[in-house]
Ligand binder design. Sequence first.
Ligand code: KG4
Ligand code: ZN
Length: 421
Amino acid sequence: MIILAIETSCDETAISILDCEKDTVNVLAHEINSQIELHKEFGGVYPNLARREHGLNCVPVLEQALENAKLPIEDFLMTEDLKNELQKMMEREPVLFELLINFLNKTQKPKFDAIAVTEGPGLEPALWVGITFAKALSLAWNLPIISVNHMEGHIVSALLENTTQKNSNLDSRIRENNKRDEEDKGNNLETIFQIQEIKFPAISLLVSGGHTELVKIDSIGNYEVVGRTRDDAVGEAFDKVARLLGYPYPGGPEVSALAEKARNSKHEIRNNIKIQNDKTEIKLPRPMLHSKDLDFSFSGIKTAVLYMIQKISVMTEEIKMEIAKEFEDAVIEVLVAKTKKAIETYGAKTLIVGGGVIANKPLRKTLVDSLPQTKVLIPNIKLTTDNATMIGVAGYLKINRSNSTYSTDLRAQGGMSLGKN
Ligand code: KG4
Ligand code: ZN
């Protein structure tokens, strides 16, 4: 089954082309166009700007993906009727419509079997662009659509095992498909993956800029959100603390780099900082650490950082490092304690971690060290941030489940949560 996958839920226009058969996924194209530089000046993702950019990017990203995938083609004729129907369907996306018509006029029909597209959760104006694009291609090329929950995409990305890179020296319980910590920033991911079987029940910890959730998984497609943040997502907290320390959006990686510097710095320096700041102890709360449920709260830590900074008369690089370290320690302590609790509560055999914040090395290490009995699955680094390969795989697994049907009347669902699907 050849799947065209489209993801536009936030600030990445992503398109992948997958050839899926049984438990094998051949990634023929994996394209991501990030808008991060544009959103930086707003200190976060600005929904209408994201929408405009997706409208401009969908067609060129698809063209690039098609060039990489080199699919067989079939005859295709653009008719006036089709053009009129597309115009009606895309009346809210006139720029995308013009680009699509130009593209269809010069392109044959690639041999796809279905389109998978993110329906939610995410920014609705952004989601609508991907959905409109999917519907238009579905009409033009006569293809069925599989709607996908973005969070399920993050979960299934951890099931993809790169069979060509098995000889890793890492902890054998962590299956990391790429040399994660090496400079490896290109988009290319033309690889063959196996979808691996896991033991259920599993718990998934999803940590991104928009989400912090613990999900119980009884089988793929059968989810229950058992814990969630009551305010900020963990990535959002990293980004807000980064801003307080003077770093642009998204500053999570910078905060983590500062924390690492603090850990590597000499004891004398760190003691001096403690003495200099006698009146302002660099100590942050661990919100909800001992609460009975599996929920989180991160906005209090961020506010505590703000008050701490206000009390410090002269901010130095060393003090920033100490604050970053204390912040990272606090967040990791709560995330790991609640994840452990979820695993014990549900007798889970497997932990799946997903979302952009798992780029954080101390978080990954602490999770693995604290869960010696649990198989911890972490996706390939190129599949941790938003991408369309994860959407295509989730769509493939979804359409192969019994009772699953193709989508007919698809709408963006910004607040969609995981359940049975
Ligand atoms: O999943 P993602 O790429 O995008 C969505 O939010 O959907 O996650 C991005 C988030 C940002 O908040 C970013 O600051 C955070 O992940 N992040 C990190 C690190 N790398 C990325 N947070 C902490 N430590 C990191 N190394
Ligand atoms: Zn995401």
